[in-house]
Design a protein around this ligand. Sequence first.
Ligand code: ADP
Ligand code: ASP
Ligand code: MG
Length: 471
Amino acid sequence: MIVMKFGGSSVQDATAIRRVASIVLPRLAEQPLVVVSAMGGVTDKLVQVAEAAARKDLSTALALLEAIRDRHVAAAIEMLNDADVARFENQMETHLTEARALASEIAKLGEISPAQHSQLLSYGEVLSSLFVAAAFAPLGIPSVHADSRKLIVTDARHPAASLLPSQTRTRIQAAIPELLNQRLVPVMGGFIASSESGETTTLGRGGSDYSAAIVGAALSADRIEIWTDVSGILTTDPRICPNARRIAEISFHEATELACFGAKVLHPATLLPAVEHDIPVAVLNSHKPHEEGTIVRAVASHGPSAFRAIALKRKIAVFNVSAPRHVGSLRFLDDLFSLLRWHHLQSEIVAISGATASVAVEGGKELAKLTSELEALGEVEFQPDLAIICLVGENIRGRVGIASEIFGVLAAAGINIHMISQGSSEISISFVVEEKDAVKSVQELHRHLFEQPATASSDAACAVRLGTAHA
Ligand code: ADP
Ligand code: ASP
Ligand code: MG
């Protein structure tokens, strides 16, 4: 069997959903299971519903829910016969009644709990999956809706819950193979799940890719396909560099590194279940289904360049903390990371030298309030409005001159680097720049590394050194 996941822009309206059906229909012999995101933009609207309700603006919250309803009804009228439109509207009404009641409850108190927030956000995928399941049938795809909240089990953390893999596997294996054997195409909502006690949870923004991988792993799928709005994983975000090129093949390791450092094309957790079960993941363009896309697998062949791609993560802040000389570095680091953990802050990159540490974390000016707590450990300097740029490529290993080449490009462009990190696995080099310089940095590096022929990072001019290369 195969898992085919279609993101928000791939299911944004009737035209897009017809395109999805035309991609799935010729693949029926491969026993597809389809995972869909909310219709494009709906999750963002639901975030606005939550915000409006929490500031007691119930009429705005309800109006936004109506607009979401209207989009589904418009698509239903285009795709279903009258009886099926009525049936779908009835199903939708049950969920929207719940959503309206929840919005009223939140507005009454003027505050929203994390669980209520997840519950509200879940309606996007609840509605899109019900609709796509209904819309497939008249297009010749024998489909059945499968409720992800009954199949994917997580802990009860919000807004991004952690998977409980064995319970999930048991439930998926108990329900799905039977449907596939009847030659039905199960349609599931991505992103949503529930806790053991039945509370609705989500896998975090962008989590539908992860849902697809979870289901694929539980069913030992032959292949997981992530259908999106670009022709695969590209050398960088095409919104930053329109000349970004398709990467034909990339390793699990490299793609995970890219996703962790901001490449939105894949949710960072997506590849873990695929790696564990060695399932190839393809990233494809639902708007141009005949294009080849990218294949992500355990081992990927190398092109001439040392680098595969550049990722950019915005909204980064750095804490520079220096402990007094008499404090042991182990104790200092232990205290520092305990404090970050206490505030649920994950370090993106860390540079340590004796009892001085620089830690880059995701967040903005609001993190300045941590400075006083960190001052218990030593002298603190806080810098918000930064960004991380990450250059990824397994071919970096053992190559001389790469770091100086990269930093030369940035120096020539007058860009100041705040922090540098090259992981011990040597498949990436990351550095921190000011957010205002981030786009220019990516564009300059992309031009240098991917848009012109021989550089020190390409085979032609690159010496291979025994041992490791460091910045
Ligand atoms: P979907 O809704 O299908 O999940 P997303 O918007 O989450 O789609 O992800 C696709 C987007 O990821 C692209 O439109 C692109 O702007 C962005 N992106 C960022 N980095 C990359 C990259 N290296 N390759 C391709 N797309 C990227
Ligand atoms: N709809 C969710 C979001 O917008 C999940 C996803 O699309 O992957 O974050
Ligand atoms: Mg996505």
